[in-house]
Design a protein around this ligand. Structure first.
Ligand SMILES: [Zn+2]
Length: 570
Protein backbone atom coordinates (compact mmCIF):
# COMPACT_ATOMS: atom_id res chain seq x y z
CA UNK A 1 0.00 0.00 0.00
CA UNK A 2 2.73 2.43 1.10
CA UNK A 3 4.80 1.62 -2.02
CA UNK A 4 1.77 2.28 -4.27
CA UNK A 5 1.32 5.66 -2.46
CA UNK A 6 5.02 6.47 -2.84
CA UNK A 7 4.80 5.64 -6.59
CA UNK A 8 1.80 7.97 -7.00
CA UNK A 9 3.59 10.83 -5.26
CA UNK A 10 6.60 10.40 -7.53
CA UNK A 11 4.34 10.45 -10.60
CA UNK A 12 2.66 13.57 -9.22
CA UNK A 13 5.96 15.41 -8.62
CA UNK A 14 7.20 14.39 -12.07
CA UNK A 15 3.97 15.68 -13.61
CA UNK A 16 4.26 18.92 -11.62
CA UNK A 17 7.87 19.61 -12.63
CA UNK A 18 7.06 18.90 -16.31
CA UNK A 19 4.17 21.37 -16.08
CA UNK A 20 6.33 23.97 -14.32
CA UNK A 21 9.09 23.50 -16.87
CA UNK A 22 6.59 23.68 -19.71
CA UNK A 23 5.09 26.83 -18.19
CA UNK A 24 8.48 28.47 -17.72
CA UNK A 25 9.34 27.59 -21.33
CA UNK A 26 6.05 29.13 -22.42
CA UNK A 27 6.78 32.17 -20.26
CA UNK A 28 10.30 32.42 -21.65
CA UNK A 29 8.99 32.04 -25.21
CA UNK A 30 6.29 34.58 -24.37
CA UNK A 31 9.01 36.88 -23.04
CA UNK A 32 11.11 36.37 -26.17
CA UNK A 33 8.09 36.96 -28.39
CA UNK A 34 7.35 40.14 -26.39
CA UNK A 35 10.98 41.29 -26.76
CA UNK A 36 10.92 40.57 -30.50
CA UNK A 37 7.63 42.45 -30.81
CA UNK A 38 9.01 45.45 -28.92
CA UNK A 39 12.07 45.61 -31.17
CA UNK A 40 9.85 45.83 -34.25
CA UNK A 41 7.25 48.26 -32.95
CA UNK A 42 9.10 51.22 -34.43
CA UNK A 43 9.28 52.97 -31.07
CA UNK A 44 11.23 56.23 -31.42
CA UNK A 45 10.82 57.73 -27.95
CA UNK A 46 10.92 56.09 -24.53
CA UNK A 47 9.71 57.84 -21.37
CA UNK A 48 10.33 56.17 -17.99
CA UNK A 49 8.26 57.70 -15.19
CA UNK A 50 8.71 56.79 -11.51
CA UNK A 51 6.52 57.87 -8.56
CA UNK A 52 9.13 57.09 -5.93
CA UNK A 53 7.93 55.02 -2.94
CA UNK A 54 4.29 54.03 -3.30
CA UNK A 55 1.82 51.42 -4.56
CA UNK A 56 -1.86 51.08 -5.53
CA UNK A 57 -3.03 52.37 -2.16
CA UNK A 58 -2.12 55.98 -2.86
CA UNK A 59 -3.52 55.50 -6.37
CA UNK A 60 -6.85 54.55 -4.75
CA UNK A 61 -6.78 57.40 -2.21
CA UNK A 62 -5.82 59.89 -4.97
CA UNK A 63 -8.74 58.70 -7.14
CA UNK A 64 -11.25 59.26 -4.31
CA UNK A 65 -9.60 62.57 -3.47
CA UNK A 66 -9.77 63.74 -7.10
CA UNK A 67 -13.26 62.37 -7.51
CA UNK A 68 -12.50 60.81 -10.90
CA UNK A 69 -10.27 58.20 -12.53
CA UNK A 70 -6.57 58.89 -12.93
CA UNK A 71 -4.49 58.74 -16.11
CA UNK A 72 -2.60 55.82 -14.54
CA UNK A 73 -5.85 53.90 -14.08
CA UNK A 74 -5.95 53.41 -17.88
CA UNK A 75 -2.42 52.05 -18.03
CA UNK A 76 -2.25 49.29 -15.42
CA UNK A 77 -0.94 45.88 -16.48
CA UNK A 78 1.37 43.58 -14.55
CA UNK A 79 3.58 44.09 -11.54
CA UNK A 80 7.23 44.51 -10.63
CA UNK A 81 9.46 42.68 -8.15
CA UNK A 82 11.64 45.18 -6.28
CA UNK A 83 14.19 43.32 -4.15
CA UNK A 84 17.87 44.25 -4.51
CA UNK A 85 21.00 42.08 -4.37
CA UNK A 86 21.40 42.23 -0.58
CA UNK A 87 17.87 42.88 0.75
CA UNK A 88 14.28 41.98 -0.08
CA UNK A 89 13.44 45.61 0.75
CA UNK A 90 15.31 47.91 -1.60
CA UNK A 91 16.64 51.44 -1.41
CA UNK A 92 16.08 53.82 -4.32
CA UNK A 93 19.66 53.73 -5.63
CA UNK A 94 19.76 49.96 -6.11
CA UNK A 95 16.23 50.01 -7.52
CA UNK A 96 17.19 52.69 -10.05
CA UNK A 97 20.28 50.73 -11.03
CA UNK A 98 18.05 47.71 -11.69
CA UNK A 99 15.51 49.42 -13.94
CA UNK A 100 17.97 51.85 -15.57
CA UNK A 101 20.91 49.45 -16.14
CA UNK A 102 19.31 45.99 -15.95
CA UNK A 103 21.30 44.51 -13.05
CA UNK A 104 20.64 44.13 -9.33
CA UNK A 105 23.09 45.82 -7.03
CA UNK A 106 23.76 46.54 -3.35
CA UNK A 107 22.20 49.04 -0.97
CA UNK A 108 23.12 52.62 -1.92
CA UNK A 109 25.02 51.63 -5.09
CA UNK A 110 24.36 53.66 -8.25
CA UNK A 111 25.04 52.33 -11.76
CA UNK A 112 27.68 49.82 -10.62
CA UNK A 113 27.68 46.08 -9.90
CA UNK A 114 27.04 44.80 -6.36
CA UNK A 115 29.48 44.08 -3.57
CA UNK A 116 29.82 40.32 -2.98
CA UNK A 117 29.10 40.83 0.70
CA UNK A 118 25.68 40.19 2.24
CA UNK A 119 24.03 38.93 -0.93
CA UNK A 120 20.55 37.39 -0.65
CA UNK A 121 20.62 33.59 -0.27
CA UNK A 122 20.95 31.93 -3.63
CA UNK A 123 21.43 35.21 -5.47
CA UNK A 124 24.09 35.10 -8.23
CA UNK A 125 25.22 38.61 -9.30
CA UNK A 126 24.91 39.36 -13.03
CA UNK A 127 27.34 42.31 -12.98
CA UNK A 128 30.93 42.51 -11.73
CA UNK A 129 31.46 44.09 -8.31
CA UNK A 130 31.78 47.91 -8.29
CA UNK A 131 31.96 47.87 -12.11
CA UNK A 132 30.07 50.57 -14.07
CA UNK A 133 27.08 49.28 -16.03
CA UNK A 134 25.57 51.34 -18.87
CA UNK A 135 22.09 52.76 -18.46
CA UNK A 136 19.23 53.06 -20.96
CA UNK A 137 19.91 56.82 -21.04
CA UNK A 138 23.56 56.25 -21.99
CA UNK A 139 22.50 53.65 -24.58
CA UNK A 140 20.04 56.14 -26.08
CA UNK A 141 22.78 58.74 -26.28
CA UNK A 142 25.09 56.32 -28.09
CA UNK A 143 22.27 55.82 -30.61
CA UNK A 144 22.21 59.58 -31.24
CA UNK A 145 18.89 60.09 -29.44
CA UNK A 146 18.25 63.16 -27.29
CA UNK A 147 18.13 62.52 -23.55
CA UNK A 148 16.52 64.18 -20.56
CA UNK A 149 15.92 63.98 -16.81
CA UNK A 150 13.09 65.70 -14.90
CA UNK A 151 12.75 65.34 -11.11
CA UNK A 152 11.59 67.24 -8.03
CA UNK A 153 14.59 66.27 -5.88
CA UNK A 154 18.27 67.16 -6.28
CA UNK A 155 19.25 65.84 -9.71
CA UNK A 156 22.04 63.97 -7.91
CA UNK A 157 19.52 62.03 -5.80
CA UNK A 158 19.29 58.22 -6.00
CA UNK A 159 16.80 57.63 -8.84
CA UNK A 160 17.99 60.17 -11.44
CA UNK A 161 21.57 59.25 -10.49
CA UNK A 162 20.84 55.65 -11.55
CA UNK A 163 20.29 56.82 -15.14
CA UNK A 164 23.39 58.94 -15.57
CA UNK A 165 26.18 58.17 -13.10
CA UNK A 166 28.30 55.39 -11.61
CA UNK A 167 29.33 55.50 -7.92
CA UNK A 168 29.24 53.00 -5.07
CA UNK A 169 27.62 55.51 -2.68
CA UNK A 170 24.44 57.46 -3.37
CA UNK A 171 25.73 60.13 -0.92
CA UNK A 172 28.41 61.30 -3.37
CA UNK A 173 26.33 64.13 -4.82
CA UNK A 174 29.38 66.05 -6.07
CA UNK A 175 30.63 63.15 -8.21
CA UNK A 176 27.14 62.23 -9.38
CA UNK A 177 26.45 65.82 -10.45
CA UNK A 178 29.81 66.14 -12.22
CA UNK A 179 29.23 62.89 -14.11
CA UNK A 180 25.79 64.13 -15.14
CA UNK A 181 27.27 67.40 -16.44
CA UNK A 182 29.83 65.50 -18.56
CA UNK A 183 27.34 62.83 -19.66
CA UNK A 184 25.90 65.27 -22.23
CA UNK A 185 22.25 65.02 -21.22
CA UNK A 186 20.30 67.49 -23.38
CA UNK A 187 17.64 68.57 -20.86
CA UNK A 188 17.88 68.43 -17.05
CA UNK A 189 15.21 69.91 -14.76
CA UNK A 190 15.10 69.60 -10.97
CA UNK A 191 16.94 70.79 -7.84
CA UNK A 192 20.45 70.43 -6.45
CA UNK A 193 22.32 73.49 -7.78
CA UNK A 194 24.61 73.51 -4.70
CA UNK A 195 26.53 70.53 -6.14
CA UNK A 196 27.47 72.58 -9.23
CA UNK A 197 28.86 75.51 -7.24
CA UNK A 198 32.32 75.57 -5.53
CA UNK A 199 32.07 75.67 -1.72
CA UNK A 200 33.84 79.01 -1.51
CA UNK A 201 31.44 80.72 -3.91
CA UNK A 202 27.76 81.60 -4.40
CA UNK A 203 25.14 81.72 -7.12
CA UNK A 204 22.61 84.56 -6.97
CA UNK A 205 19.25 83.57 -8.41
CA UNK A 206 17.01 85.63 -10.67
CA UNK A 207 14.56 85.84 -7.75
CA UNK A 208 17.10 87.19 -5.26
CA UNK A 209 18.10 84.07 -3.33
CA UNK A 210 21.78 83.27 -2.77
CA UNK A 211 22.85 79.64 -3.12
CA UNK A 212 26.08 78.55 -1.44
CA UNK A 213 28.15 75.82 -3.08
CA UNK A 214 29.18 72.35 -1.88
CA UNK A 215 31.88 71.43 -4.41
CA UNK A 216 35.36 70.79 -2.97
CA UNK A 217 37.21 70.48 -6.29
CA UNK A 218 36.88 74.16 -7.22
CA UNK A 219 34.98 73.39 -10.46
CA UNK A 220 32.21 75.85 -11.37
CA UNK A 221 29.92 73.43 -13.20
CA UNK A 222 27.33 76.11 -14.09
CA UNK A 223 30.03 77.95 -16.03
CA UNK A 224 31.22 74.67 -17.52
CA UNK A 225 27.67 73.93 -18.72
CA UNK A 226 27.49 77.36 -20.34
CA UNK A 227 30.91 76.77 -21.95
CA UNK A 228 29.51 73.50 -23.34
CA UNK A 229 26.62 75.34 -24.99
CA UNK A 230 23.88 74.93 -22.39
CA UNK A 231 21.39 77.49 -21.21
CA UNK A 232 21.08 77.57 -17.40
CA UNK A 233 17.77 78.73 -15.87
CA UNK A 234 16.44 78.88 -12.30
CA UNK A 235 12.75 79.85 -12.62
CA UNK A 236 9.61 78.74 -14.46
CA UNK A 237 9.38 81.76 -16.77
CA UNK A 238 12.92 81.37 -18.10
CA UNK A 239 12.34 77.63 -18.49
CA UNK A 240 9.20 78.28 -20.53
CA UNK A 241 11.14 80.74 -22.67
CA UNK A 242 13.48 77.99 -23.92
CA UNK A 243 12.47 77.02 -27.46
CA UNK A 244 15.33 74.73 -28.43
CA UNK A 245 18.83 73.53 -27.69
CA UNK A 246 20.34 72.12 -24.51
CA UNK A 247 19.24 73.39 -21.11
CA UNK A 248 19.74 72.76 -17.42
CA UNK A 249 17.03 74.18 -15.19
CA UNK A 250 17.70 73.96 -11.46
CA UNK A 251 15.06 75.59 -9.33
CA UNK A 252 16.52 74.99 -5.85
CA UNK A 253 19.97 74.70 -4.31
CA UNK A 254 18.81 71.38 -2.79
CA UNK A 255 15.45 69.57 -3.19
CA UNK A 256 12.49 71.39 -4.76
CA UNK A 257 9.36 72.04 -2.69
CA UNK A 258 6.50 69.52 -2.39
CA UNK A 259 3.76 70.23 -4.93
CA UNK A 260 1.31 71.62 -2.37
CA UNK A 261 3.97 73.76 -0.59
CA UNK A 262 5.27 75.59 -3.65
CA UNK A 263 2.59 78.27 -3.19
CA UNK A 264 4.08 79.15 0.23
CA UNK A 265 7.81 78.74 -0.20
CA UNK A 266 8.82 78.74 -3.88
CA UNK A 267 6.49 80.42 -6.33
CA UNK A 268 9.31 80.53 -8.92
CA UNK A 269 9.40 76.72 -9.17
CA UNK A 270 7.60 74.86 -11.99
CA UNK A 271 5.37 71.85 -11.40
CA UNK A 272 6.43 68.36 -12.47
CA UNK A 273 3.89 68.51 -15.32
CA UNK A 274 5.26 71.85 -16.55
CA UNK A 275 8.84 70.53 -16.52
CA UNK A 276 7.75 67.32 -18.31
CA UNK A 277 5.91 69.26 -21.01
CA UNK A 278 8.88 71.55 -21.63
CA UNK A 279 11.34 68.65 -21.71
CA UNK A 280 9.20 66.78 -24.28
CA UNK A 281 8.85 69.94 -26.38
CA UNK A 282 12.64 70.36 -26.51
CA UNK A 283 13.63 66.69 -26.85
CA UNK A 284 11.05 65.86 -29.52
CA UNK A 285 12.86 68.24 -31.85
CA UNK A 286 15.52 65.54 -32.29
CA UNK A 287 14.67 63.44 -35.34
CA UNK A 288 16.49 60.40 -33.94
CA UNK A 289 14.01 60.25 -31.08
CA UNK A 290 14.55 60.74 -27.37
CA UNK A 291 14.78 59.08 -23.97
CA UNK A 292 13.32 60.89 -20.98
CA UNK A 293 13.26 59.98 -17.29
CA UNK A 294 10.68 61.70 -15.08
CA UNK A 295 10.44 61.18 -11.32
CA UNK A 296 7.80 62.16 -8.79
CA UNK A 297 10.62 62.08 -6.30
CA UNK A 298 8.84 63.18 -3.16
CA UNK A 299 5.98 60.68 -2.98
CA UNK A 300 8.58 58.61 -1.15
CA UNK A 301 9.31 61.32 1.41
CA UNK A 302 5.60 61.62 2.13
CA UNK A 303 5.62 57.87 2.78
CA UNK A 304 8.60 58.16 5.12
CA UNK A 305 6.78 60.95 6.98
CA UNK A 306 3.44 59.03 6.97
CA UNK A 307 1.96 62.25 5.59
CA UNK A 308 -1.25 61.49 3.66
CA UNK A 309 -1.85 64.90 2.07
CA UNK A 310 1.80 65.14 0.93
CA UNK A 311 1.56 61.67 -0.60
CA UNK A 312 -1.75 62.23 -2.37
CA UNK A 313 -0.91 65.66 -3.79
CA UNK A 314 2.56 64.71 -5.00
CA UNK A 315 1.10 61.53 -6.52
CA UNK A 316 -1.60 63.56 -8.32
CA UNK A 317 1.12 65.93 -9.57
CA UNK A 318 2.89 62.85 -10.95
CA UNK A 319 -0.33 61.58 -12.58
CA UNK A 320 -0.68 64.96 -14.30
CA UNK A 321 2.86 64.61 -15.71
CA UNK A 322 1.98 61.10 -16.93
CA UNK A 323 -1.05 62.59 -18.74
CA UNK A 324 1.26 65.06 -20.49
CA UNK A 325 3.51 62.21 -21.65
CA UNK A 326 0.57 60.04 -22.81
CA UNK A 327 -1.05 62.92 -24.70
CA UNK A 328 2.26 63.39 -26.50
CA UNK A 329 2.39 59.64 -27.19
CA UNK A 330 -1.09 59.85 -28.72
CA UNK A 331 -0.02 62.71 -30.98
CA UNK A 332 3.34 61.16 -31.83
CA UNK A 333 2.35 57.48 -32.25
CA UNK A 334 5.90 56.12 -31.75
CA UNK A 335 6.35 56.62 -28.04
CA UNK A 336 6.49 54.12 -25.19
CA UNK A 337 5.61 55.39 -21.71
CA UNK A 338 6.63 53.08 -18.85
CA UNK A 339 5.60 54.02 -15.32
CA UNK A 340 6.16 52.17 -12.07
CA UNK A 341 7.18 52.86 -8.44
CA UNK A 342 10.70 51.81 -7.49
CA UNK A 343 9.34 50.32 -4.22
CA UNK A 344 6.58 51.12 -1.72
CA UNK A 345 7.22 53.42 1.28
CA UNK A 346 5.38 53.84 4.59
CA UNK A 347 3.01 50.95 3.91
CA UNK A 348 -0.01 53.25 3.49
CA UNK A 349 -3.35 51.44 3.79
CA UNK A 350 -7.00 52.50 3.78
CA UNK A 351 -8.38 51.24 7.11
CA UNK A 352 -6.50 50.95 10.40
CA UNK A 353 -6.89 49.85 14.03
CA UNK A 354 -8.28 53.19 15.16
CA UNK A 355 -10.96 53.85 12.51
CA UNK A 356 -13.83 54.98 14.75
CA UNK A 357 -16.73 54.09 12.43
CA UNK A 358 -15.98 50.38 11.89
CA UNK A 359 -14.43 49.35 8.55
CA UNK A 360 -17.68 48.37 6.84
CA UNK A 361 -19.14 51.81 7.59
CA UNK A 362 -16.40 53.84 5.91
CA UNK A 363 -17.79 56.61 3.63
CA UNK A 364 -15.94 58.52 0.91
CA UNK A 365 -16.15 61.58 3.15
CA UNK A 366 -14.41 59.73 6.01
CA UNK A 367 -11.42 59.22 3.72
CA UNK A 368 -11.44 62.48 1.75
CA UNK A 369 -12.75 65.25 4.00
CA UNK A 370 -9.84 65.29 6.50
CA UNK A 371 -7.42 65.44 3.55
CA UNK A 372 -9.35 68.21 1.83
CA UNK A 373 -8.83 70.32 4.95
CA UNK A 374 -5.06 69.99 4.75
CA UNK A 375 -3.46 72.88 2.82
CA UNK A 376 0.22 72.16 3.38
CA UNK A 377 2.49 69.16 4.07
CA UNK A 378 3.46 68.37 7.67
CA UNK A 379 7.01 69.46 6.79
CA UNK A 380 5.63 72.78 5.54
CA UNK A 381 3.50 73.09 8.65
CA UNK A 382 6.59 72.69 10.82
CA UNK A 383 8.33 75.38 8.77
CA UNK A 384 5.40 77.68 9.53
CA UNK A 385 6.01 77.04 13.25
CA UNK A 386 9.28 78.98 12.92
CA UNK A 387 11.02 76.96 15.60
CA UNK A 388 8.28 77.20 18.27
CA UNK A 389 7.58 73.48 18.73
CA UNK A 390 5.35 73.90 21.78
CA UNK A 391 2.16 71.86 22.09
CA UNK A 392 0.14 75.08 21.93
CA UNK A 393 1.78 76.13 18.67
CA UNK A 394 1.27 72.67 17.20
CA UNK A 395 -2.44 73.01 17.98
CA UNK A 396 -2.51 76.49 16.48
CA UNK A 397 -0.81 75.60 13.19
CA UNK A 398 -2.77 72.38 12.73
CA UNK A 399 -5.95 74.34 13.19
CA UNK A 400 -4.80 77.02 10.71
CA UNK A 401 -3.34 74.82 7.96
CA UNK A 402 -5.12 71.49 8.44
CA UNK A 403 -8.52 72.75 9.67
CA UNK A 404 -8.37 70.34 12.63
CA UNK A 405 -8.85 71.39 16.23
CA UNK A 406 -6.83 68.80 18.08
CA UNK A 407 -6.77 68.44 21.86
CA UNK A 408 -3.89 69.46 24.11
CA UNK A 409 -3.41 65.76 24.95
CA UNK A 410 -3.07 64.90 21.27
CA UNK A 411 -0.56 67.73 20.78
CA UNK A 412 1.40 66.34 23.73
CA UNK A 413 1.11 62.81 22.26
CA UNK A 414 2.76 64.14 19.09
CA UNK A 415 5.74 65.40 21.11
CA UNK A 416 5.90 62.12 23.05
CA UNK A 417 5.83 60.08 19.86
CA UNK A 418 8.53 62.29 18.37
CA UNK A 419 10.77 61.62 21.37
CA UNK A 420 9.93 57.91 21.64
CA UNK A 421 10.26 57.06 17.93
CA UNK A 422 13.25 59.37 17.43
CA UNK A 423 11.69 60.97 14.37
CA UNK A 424 11.36 64.57 13.23
CA UNK A 425 8.35 66.65 14.29
CA UNK A 426 6.68 66.51 10.88
CA UNK A 427 6.78 62.69 10.97
CA UNK A 428 5.23 62.71 14.45
CA UNK A 429 2.48 65.17 13.48
CA UNK A 430 1.36 63.23 10.42
CA UNK A 431 1.55 59.85 12.18
CA UNK A 432 -0.60 60.94 15.13
CA UNK A 433 -3.05 62.90 13.01
CA UNK A 434 -3.43 59.94 10.65
CA UNK A 435 -4.27 57.82 13.69
CA UNK A 436 -6.97 60.10 15.15
CA UNK A 437 -8.36 62.02 12.17
CA UNK A 438 -8.04 59.82 9.08
CA UNK A 439 -8.86 56.25 8.02
CA UNK A 440 -5.31 55.85 6.71
CA UNK A 441 -2.89 53.48 8.40
CA UNK A 442 0.88 53.11 8.05
CA UNK A 443 3.25 50.22 8.72
CA UNK A 444 6.65 51.95 8.81
CA UNK A 445 8.68 55.15 8.35
CA UNK A 446 10.83 53.11 5.96
CA UNK A 447 10.42 51.24 2.66
CA UNK A 448 8.33 48.09 2.02
CA UNK A 449 9.15 44.95 0.05
CA UNK A 450 6.02 44.04 -1.87
CA UNK A 451 5.53 43.90 -5.64
CA UNK A 452 4.49 47.25 -7.14
CA UNK A 453 2.22 48.07 -10.11
CA UNK A 454 3.39 48.51 -13.69
CA UNK A 455 1.70 51.09 -15.92
CA UNK A 456 2.44 51.37 -19.67
CA UNK A 457 1.18 53.34 -22.65
CA UNK A 458 1.95 53.15 -26.33
CA UNK A 459 2.75 49.43 -26.23
CA UNK A 460 1.75 46.49 -24.10
CA UNK A 461 4.91 45.42 -22.32
CA UNK A 462 3.97 42.74 -19.82
CA UNK A 463 1.04 40.74 -18.58
CA UNK A 464 2.56 39.11 -15.49
CA UNK A 465 4.91 39.96 -12.66
CA UNK A 466 8.36 40.88 -13.94
CA UNK A 467 11.62 41.72 -12.21
CA UNK A 468 12.63 45.39 -12.03
CA UNK A 469 15.78 44.57 -14.05
CA UNK A 470 13.52 43.53 -16.95
CA UNK A 471 12.22 47.10 -17.19
CA UNK A 472 15.64 48.17 -18.47
CA UNK A 473 15.54 45.36 -21.02
CA UNK A 474 12.08 46.38 -22.17
CA UNK A 475 13.24 49.98 -22.67
CA UNK A 476 16.42 48.80 -24.43
CA UNK A 477 14.45 46.46 -26.70
CA UNK A 478 12.05 49.26 -27.59
CA UNK A 479 15.09 51.38 -28.53
CA UNK A 480 16.64 48.39 -30.31
CA UNK A 481 19.85 48.47 -28.31
CA UNK A 482 21.69 46.11 -26.00
CA UNK A 483 22.82 47.39 -22.59
CA UNK A 484 25.55 44.84 -21.95
CA UNK A 485 27.09 45.57 -25.33
CA UNK A 486 27.08 49.29 -24.49
CA UNK A 487 28.63 48.57 -21.08
CA UNK A 488 31.53 46.76 -22.73
CA UNK A 489 31.93 49.62 -25.15
CA UNK A 490 31.96 52.34 -22.48
CA UNK A 491 33.61 50.81 -19.42
CA UNK A 492 36.86 48.89 -19.80
CA UNK A 493 38.92 48.38 -16.64
CA UNK A 494 42.32 49.96 -17.31
CA UNK A 495 44.12 47.32 -15.23
CA UNK A 496 42.74 44.63 -17.57
CA UNK A 497 44.59 46.37 -20.41
CA UNK A 498 47.85 47.53 -18.88
CA UNK A 499 49.57 48.08 -15.55
CA UNK A 500 51.47 51.04 -16.90
CA UNK A 501 49.23 53.76 -15.47
CA UNK A 502 48.84 55.96 -12.42
CA UNK A 503 46.08 57.88 -10.71
CA UNK A 504 47.18 61.39 -9.78
CA UNK A 505 45.56 63.75 -7.29
CA UNK A 506 43.86 63.82 -3.90
CA UNK A 507 42.29 60.38 -3.31
CA UNK A 508 40.44 61.43 -0.18
CA UNK A 509 36.65 61.25 0.00
CA UNK A 510 34.38 63.61 1.96
CA UNK A 511 30.60 63.66 2.63
CA UNK A 512 29.81 64.41 -1.00
CA UNK A 513 32.46 62.23 -2.71
CA UNK A 514 35.93 62.79 -4.08
CA UNK A 515 37.53 65.86 -2.57
CA UNK A 516 39.66 66.90 -5.53
CA UNK A 517 40.08 66.38 -9.26
CA UNK A 518 41.69 63.03 -10.01
CA UNK A 519 43.44 62.23 -13.27
CA UNK A 520 44.32 58.86 -14.80
CA UNK A 521 47.69 59.05 -16.55
CA UNK A 522 48.54 56.32 -19.06
CA UNK A 523 51.19 56.41 -21.80
CA UNK A 524 51.26 60.17 -22.01
CA UNK A 525 47.48 60.54 -22.11
CA UNK A 526 45.46 62.10 -19.29
CA UNK A 527 41.87 61.18 -18.40
CA UNK A 528 40.20 63.48 -15.88
CA UNK A 529 37.96 61.34 -13.66
CA UNK A 530 34.16 61.86 -14.03
CA UNK A 531 34.67 63.61 -17.40
CA UNK A 532 34.10 62.71 -21.07
CA UNK A 533 37.43 63.61 -22.67
CA UNK A 534 41.13 62.84 -22.63
CA UNK A 535 44.15 64.97 -23.48
CA UNK A 536 46.87 63.47 -25.61
CA UNK A 537 49.82 65.29 -27.08
CA UNK A 538 48.14 68.62 -26.10
CA UNK A 539 44.97 67.70 -27.90
CA UNK A 540 41.61 67.40 -26.14
CA UNK A 541 39.76 64.35 -27.48
CA UNK A 542 36.04 63.84 -26.83
CA UNK A 543 35.09 60.34 -25.65
CA UNK A 544 31.72 58.55 -26.00
CA UNK A 545 31.48 58.06 -22.24
CA UNK A 546 32.81 58.99 -18.83
CA UNK A 547 36.06 57.98 -17.14
CA UNK A 548 34.98 56.33 -13.91
CA UNK A 549 37.07 55.68 -10.78
CA UNK A 550 35.97 53.01 -8.28
CA UNK A 551 37.53 54.02 -4.93
CA UNK A 552 36.83 50.66 -3.25
CA UNK A 553 38.75 48.61 -5.86
CA UNK A 554 41.05 51.38 -7.16
CA UNK A 555 40.05 50.46 -10.73
CA UNK A 556 39.50 53.10 -13.44
CA UNK A 557 37.21 52.54 -16.42
CA UNK A 558 37.65 54.12 -19.82
CA UNK A 559 35.87 53.57 -23.14
CA UNK A 560 36.94 51.17 -25.89
CA UNK A 561 37.55 54.22 -28.06
CA UNK A 562 40.16 55.50 -25.59
CA UNK A 563 41.80 52.08 -25.50
CA UNK A 564 42.04 51.88 -29.26
CA UNK A 565 43.24 55.50 -29.44
CA UNK A 566 46.08 54.62 -27.16
CA UNK A 567 46.93 51.67 -29.34
CA UNK A 568 46.45 49.50 -26.32
CA UNK A 569 44.35 47.08 -28.28
CA UNK A 570 43.40 43.97 -26.33
ZN1 LIG B 1 12.80 56.28 0.31
Amino acid sequence: MYNKWKKNVKVLIAALSITLFATSVVWALDGLKMREKLRHLGIKNVIIMVPDGCDETVQTVARWFKGENLQLDKMQGGGVKTHMADSIITDSAAAATAFACGHKTSDGFVGVGPSLEGLLSGYEPTADPYTPIASVLEAAKIKGMATGIVVTCRISHATPAGFASHVSSRAWDNDITEQMVYNNIDVVFGGGARHLIPEDSYYTTTFGDVWKGKRTDGDDLIQILRDRGYAFVDNTEDMQAQSGGKVWGLFDDSHMEPDIDRQYFAKHQPSLAEMTAKAIELLSQDRDGFFLHVEGSQVDWAGHANDPIYMVTDFLAFDEAVKIACDFADRDGHTLVLAFPDHNTGGMKIGHYYTPMGYTKTKIEDLVDPLKGMKITSAGLVKMMEGDDSAANIQLKISKFWSLDITEEQAQEILNYQAAAGVSLDYAISYIISKYYTVIGWTTHGHNGETVPLWSYGAEVSKGIIDDTQLATIAADAMNTDLDRISHRLYVGISTITNDYEIVGDLSINDYGLTGNLVLKVRGAEFPINKDYMTYKNRKIKLPGLTIYAPVTGEVYVSQKAVSLLGLMQ
